[in-house]
Design a protein around this ligand. Structure first.
Ligand code: MN
Length: 277
């Protein structure tokens, strides 16, 4: 077993063993009843042995939170429209991947897929996204991982994204992914025939603006509601937000390490004495 061993030499994200059936763990942040998760399970179960471990209710924007201060419970459930082993948990997407990999599945999966999320995960959404963090946790275990989202909140076309996920799972199984990397996929919300192509992209810097609404409750006390909308500035060609604006599926290769090498020489020119010297 090779989880959490770090380094580039481990055999993570390897192509599935010859003849061994591919095993895929699905999670999401919209909850176990999400139609996006069900569509994903139906599509992936056509190409792989599929397991679902997902939050019992929506945990969108949970980011990489884990549950440390209360018991975690996992309940075996039957899913609508698809017959695969499934568990509902009172945890976050990250908790779900941990429970799936370390306990619920008889052995770790070959691939983790998180989604299909209701709503895009583009640019700085990745910082907040529970969907993306489900994939990140897979990558932290040394398992090839993919986050899947559809770029709208209503009247969703799930099937094109689900079918693309099934194809991508086959490609990931065939080629593997390097250590400590994962894929973030955004599918434009339109019928398959109207999807303009597939673009390999980089993460944009798209972020949210106008994020706090202050209101008054019936007792006259202030309260806040976090809200906001994506900035409308157009993202540069080659980015995730640009690709979906062109009607293309965006596939972004990402890594877990956040080091920004270009800042290193700049910081070396700062004055940073050891305290007391
Ligand atoms: Mn969500």
């Amino acid at each position: 077993m090779s989880h959490r061993t770090g380094g580039a030499t481990k055999t993570d994200a390897r192509p599935a063993g010859r003849g061994a059936p591919l095993r895929v763990l699905l999670t999401n942040d919209d909850g176990i009843t999400s139609p996006g998760l069900l569509a994903l399970a139906r599509a992936v179960s056509r190409v792989a042995t599929t397991f679902v471990v997902a939050p019992e209710h929506e945990r969108s924007a949970a980011s990489h939170a884990i549950t440390l201060h209360k018991p975690l419970r996992a309940t075996r459930v039957s899913l609508d429209t698809v017959d695969v082993p499934a568990w509902s948990t009172n945890g976050t997407p990250t908790d779900c991947v941990v429970l799936g990999v370390l306990d619920l599945l008889a052995k770790p999966p070959d691939i983790v897929v998180s989604g299909i999320n209701l709503g895009a995960n583009l640019g700085m959404d990745l910082i907040y996204s529970g969907t993306v963090s489900g994939a990140v946790e897979g990558a932290l275990f040394g398992i090839a991982a993919v986050a899947m989202s559809v770029t709208a909140f209503r009247d969703i076309h799930w099937e094109p994204a689900a079918d693309f996920a099934a194809e991508l799972v086959g490609q990931v199984a065939e080629h593997g992914l390097p250590s400590d990397t994962f894929l973030n996929v955004n599918v434009p919300n339109r019928p398959a025939a109207e999807i303009a192509g597939v673009e390999i992209t980089r993460q944009s810097t798209r972020r949210y603006v106008n994020r706090v609404e202050k209101r008054s409750d019936p007792r006259g006390r202030d309260y806040y509601w976090l809200t906001g909308s994506a900035e409308t500035e157009e993202s540069p060609a080659g980015t995730d937000a640009w690709a979906v604006a062109q009607g293309r599926i965006s596939v972004t290769p990402l890594r877990l390490s956040m080091t920004y090498e270009e800042l290193d020489p700049v910081l070396r020119s700062w004055t940073l004495p050891v305290p007391g010297r």
